[in-house]
Design a protein around this ligand. Sequence first.
Ligand code: MOS
Length: 752
Amino acid sequence: MPQTKEKEKSYTVVGRGRARVDGPLKVTGRAMYASDHNFPGMLYAVPIGATIGSGKLESVDTSVAEQMPGVRAVYQRANIGKLFKVSLNEDFSGPGLAMVDENRPPFHDDVIRYYGQYIAVVVANSFEQAKAAAAKVKATYKTEKPNVRAELLSGKKGYDSSAEEMKVESERGNAEKAFGSAEKKVDVTYYLPPETHVPIELHATVAVWDGDTYTLYESTQSIVNHRSVMAQMLGVPIEKVRVISQFLGSGFGGKLWPWPHDALACAAARHLNRPVKLVLSRPQTFESAGHRPACEQRLRIGASNDGKFNSIIHDYANHTSILDDYEENCGEATPFLYGTPNLRVTSQLVRRNVGTPTSMRGPGAVPGLFALECAVDELAIALEMDPIELRIKNEPKLDESKTIPFSSRHLIECYKTGAKKFGWSKRTPDVGSMKRDGMTIGWGMAGATWMAARLAAAATVEMRDDGSARVACATQDIGTGTYTVLAAVTAEKLGITPHRVQVDLGDTKLPPGPLSGGSMATASVIPAVSEAADKAIEILKNDAVSLEGSQFYKKEPDEIEFREGKLFLKSGGEGMPFADILKKASRRTVVGQGRSESTFGAKEKTVSMHSYGAQFAEVTWEPEIARLRVSRGLTVIDAGRIINPLAGRNQVEGAFVMGIGMALLEEVQYDQRWGSPINNNLADYIVATNADHADHEVIFLDYPDYALNPMGARGIGEIGLAGVAAAICNAVYHATGKRFRRLPIKIEDLIA
Ligand code: MOS
């Protein structure tokens, strides 16, 4: 992974807080989201889901629906035509990747494996007509009892990482033996219920078929992957699919990969030769567009009396659907977060009659750290040790799981900075010992970590004769600020202000860019944009040396340098703005192209790259009125260079709100009779709102990590969620003496 290290220099754009360049478009309503696109003759599709959770579809009677006003067609297995399975290209290298979590094409067989699995789709002139007709489609089933049981392994006799069905994820030493001989230990099991992403923008697709080519306006976190998947599913060449996603009303992982409704809209558009719009209902997003699966995790940590870990055993299971193997990688952080000579991490999938789970913000590490960071707190209490002191004591010197150094890790500084800012030294450890304004106060904290990696990216940068620039990349802005990041990075490289940079993204016609997921987009695009800008500058230098009458005439390009938007002779003298050079050379633009490779392809990793953080929470508890509030939060993040601290802070604050939801509110409940997610709407599936939000402070440490890209940025977003639920649970214990190992923490359990 050869990277030219950007000279340590003071950036003028990067690292400064900057309002979104796309802000005006959003606040004036001009930003076009997928379902905002309308076309002459457009039809509306409404898919129909099975009303059983397990069984066989025996018949679908569409005769009444077909006669209803405005109905153009009702498709089901018999008449939808061929929809193909997708094969994954695992190299994550951009256009090749064709990732999908629910692999079965819609209507593929008559077996019903989850409630809401699509059995038909109505297409009509208006949405209302389609919806009315959908209600008149009658299906009959051979019904079986679905298995949507919440408990995964704990129902069985314990679970043990040595059991055969557990897959070993990471192992060193002899964890079982060391745990057996530990002086102090915890052996605790945690349960996280399924959660659903509930982005405000519903999943939407507008499929336009012109007889040869698809143009898809799609709510997706990866236009490039969406194109690959849809081309395969529809059986058309990849060049015949164009995907556009200019703005996204959040995704949180739920829009990373295509879902079955996408293929239905495309198939209908092709059959009817008309544009088709399909927007899922909120309940449908709970059924057939992914969710974070239920996770059950057993943590065993053994330590000596002075707090040094001798063993960690982390065994976990997550539910998945009947056909797909979605792995929630709960043990991701466990092998490297702490030092211990003996460790074993094992996993298992448990099948349920649910729609296929998918990534949800911080997949794997977030549930995993909830368990690990609560278990460490429980161990600290058993040891009568301060939880920060215990963590510092077990800070590893290198990544012990791979025996390679960390590229850049400042976790201890996160703990110490956070402790100081939060006032941790005033904490009295006894349960219920802290009071304020007649309320009991609890303080808890947790460590946080998230992967740092790069996906393949390509970009072009143009310098133009009016002093403006353009950057183009087929990535997308999912609400996280990618337009602004691309503007800032390009402006920094070209020595101009960001508002002179036109940013084009969200269209697969552009050079293939990364998906917006895993907090990787920023780190991925920086090297490609940097290289593209450098190449444009090289071309400009070559133009300059043939400019008669200029100071550059007949010089060698390497006698010229570019800074502050101008070319200079290294030997000194006045600079010339790039716009002037282009004008004199009768050029509208110079265009540079840049690429960077994925770190996933790297065969041997020489450094261990992750971001780190420490999160603190204060809860107030009023037992008299059974009120628990998160009153204060503080997060310290070590995520390399922060390109835009304003957007970065916004990410971490948002994540903290989501963490309050995870700890106190969110849980998808399945009806045990039918397998339906019953709280499938925003009235019953409760997420944290502004009123639930605490005062929350965000601090960024500033240690650029040049192992990942020339600006040293690792990416931010998901890490902000990683420690929140654990910090809150630990605070609740401190306030109340109740240890919650099953989320969400419910008032009825608190007062029980
Ligand atoms: Mo994130 S779960 O990678 O959108």
